[in-house]
Write a protein that binds this ligand. Structure first.
Ligand SMILES: Cc1cc2nc3c(=O)[nH]c(=O)nc-3n(C[C@H](O)[C@H](O)[C@H](O)COP(=O)(O)O)c2cc1C
Ligand code: SF4
Length: 396
């Protein structure tokens, strides 16, 4: 079943393995894909992945990530370079979907050069500067930015767009009562919280013929935030609004070890790449790192480590008829087959396993039964300063 040819949102795919969105840190200074990034995507496509979802691309100037070299798609000058990327992937008959995002509160005003924006000014532990609460007109502006980004994506040859509706970014904050404390027509009731996403989906459908997917955090570990019951209801609404596929994830950047789980916090990488630790004076680091390593084993990490969104994917799948993609800790081909044949999800997607082995899909097809990624999460920290790469359990 895993390697049977099939179709998703009208797109022909060689198998049911999707490369989940992965920020590569390889855009050029304008936010267009660099030649290196295009080569990286072509390499994935050449090696039998069924479909590629790109790393997140910012739809607005004030929605950019603090991580260096994020992709951006808020002006027309980048379209030609994106077209080179889609051409490279299409040479291998693989569809490629652009993930479009607004980082909302999950960035810093210093990184974007203007005050960051959000549905509500809720404190973010990693990015504590104050977010400006969006006005009505600004919300319509952001809806327009998402739609315009999708129009550019279509011109650039993408086969679809995926809204980043999870991991604590702007759309997640609107959907979730934790991030959305508004009392106007964008907050409060369930209908109001879904409004921005529904308007974006409808707007993209009006202006393009692209399939529109969304990635959500079905549970976000925040007090009063997203839980699976409300996520099921949200997904039913989004299907009605025209959404074509849902990828089921969890968590936020604030609890990053939930979205991408690991047995241990990679402390040496935290001290090397994550602010404010990365800027501590060397002497302080010399004392603080061993102390952090000492308490590390007793810091409780989310569990399970494998297949951790499959149960929620299944619950959502039972309530909608559009394809469901499960992501998170999926490593073994036997598990992939069971997820698919058990009707728990229609597709499986992976991020870290493809950072570790970009040719993983081909290897699985040829009989390798498990991804080599050890889920150490060093790749999740290096991106704060450098392009994404596999560090395989140690700072290099
Ligand atoms: C280095 C890195 C970059 C990521 N970039 C994105 C991104 O741009 N968009 C997104 O939705 N998720 C992103 N994620 C999260 C993954 O897509 C995925 O949801 C998570 O890692 C769990 O899947 P896995 O166990 O297969 O890695 C990223 C994760 C890592 C480790
Ligand atoms: S650094 Fe490599 S081995 Fe570790 S989680 Fe990332 S991809 Fe996997």
């Amino acid at each position: 079943m895993l390697f049977d040819k099939t179709v998703i949102s009208g797109l022909e795919v060689k198998n049911r393995i999707i490369r989940s969105a992965t920020h590569d840190g390889l855009a050029d200074e304008n936010g267009a894909p660099s030649d290196k990034l295009i080569d990286k995507y072509e390499h994935l496509a050449k090696n039998e992945v069924g479909c590629i979802i790109t790393g997140y691309a910012a739809v607005s100037r004030n929605g950019v990530s603090p991580y260096p070299r994020m992709m951006k798609i808020y002006d027309d000058s980048v379209i030609d370079k994106y077209k080179e990327l889609t051409d490279a992937v299409h040479r291998h008959s693989v569809p490629v979907v652009l993930q479009i995002a607004h980082c909302g509160r999950q960035t810093s005003s210093k990184a974007i050069g203007v005050q960051k924006v959000a549905p509500s000014n809720v404190l973010h532990a990693f990015y504590p500067d104050k977010a400006k609460e969006l006005t009505d007109a600004e919300i319509y502006g952001i809806i327009n930015d998402f739609v315009s980004a999708a129009v550019r994506a279509e011109k650039a040859g993408f086969d679809g767009v995926q809204l980043h509706g999870g991991h604590g970014y702007l759309l997640h904050d609107f959907l979730s009562p934790y991030g959305n404390r508004r009392k106007d027509s964008w907050g409060g009731s369930f209908e109001n919280r879904c409004r921005i996403v529904e308007l974006i989906i409808k707007g993209i459908k009006e202006k393009t013929s692209l399939p529109v997917w969304i990635k959500i955090s079905a549970e976000d570990n925040r007090k009063g935030g997203m839980n699976i019951d409300s996520s099921v209801e949200i997904c039913k609404r989004l299907e009605k609004a025209g959404c074509d596929a849902i990828e089921v994830s969890c968590g936020t950047v604030q609890d990053g070890m939930n979205t991408m789980r690991s047995k241990l916090m990679p402390m040496d990488a935290v001290f090397k790449y994550r602010e404010p630790c990365a800027s501590f004076p060397a002497l302080l680091n010399k004392i603080a790192l061993p102390a952090a390593n000492l308490i590390n084993p007793v810091i409780k990490q989310p569990s399970p480590l494998e297949n951790f969104n499959v149960e929620n994917a299944e619950k959502i799948k039972k309530n909608v008829s559009i394809p469901i993609i499960a992501v998170g800790g999926i490593h073994k081909s036997e598990d992939m087959e069971n997820i698919l044949s058990g009707g728990k999800a229609d597709f499986v997607s992976m991020c870290r396993p493809f950072i570790c082995e970009p040719d993983l899909a081909k290897k699985l097809k040829n009989g390798q039964n498990e991804a080599k990624c050890i889920m150490c999460n060093y790749c999740g920290l290096v991106i704060e300063k450098e392009p994404t790469r596999c560090l395989y359990g140690r700072v290099k």
